[in-house]
Design a protein around this ligand. Sequence first.
Ligand code: FES
Ligand code: FES
Length: 161
Amino acid sequence: MTVGFILNGEDVSVRVDADVRLIDILRKNFSMISAKAGCLSGICGACAVIFNGVVTKSCLIPAFRVHGSEIITIEGFSQNDEYQDIVQGFEQAGVEMCGYCDTGKILTVEALLSKTPRPARYDILIGFKDVKCRCTETESLVNGVLITADIRQRRRYGRSS
Ligand code: FES
Ligand code: FES
């Protein structure tokens, strides 16, 4: 089957087998390797992308749902101010990142803050429940999100709340 979609702002199309998933298309056909093949069963979040405006696990999206969609990967998202807010917030809070978890962590923050600009601690813990990383203390992660929220508010509105 041929699927056509918008990938990081560009119209693209590709012929694929019907049983492949979005993560395979991104990695094999477009060399977009920020979506990592972790659990491949919707648990770890390492394969996250923004799919039609919503942070989504690309290992759960079959090829037929890709047709006509708009997808942003970290390769595209990293060009935005929103990405820089998160990187700065994480740096200031001492959040660890590595090639396995960075995509899941960054897009989880984006999913949280796009819905709730000032999330409560509980919202953050729920948001990160599926992101697997033993290297960062929970409090650093919570602080990283709260600092990111402040940075974003200041950038957008010139004040932190
Ligand atoms: S690889 Fe998709 S959620 Fe783990
Ligand atoms: S820093 Fe990547 S898994 Fe912990």
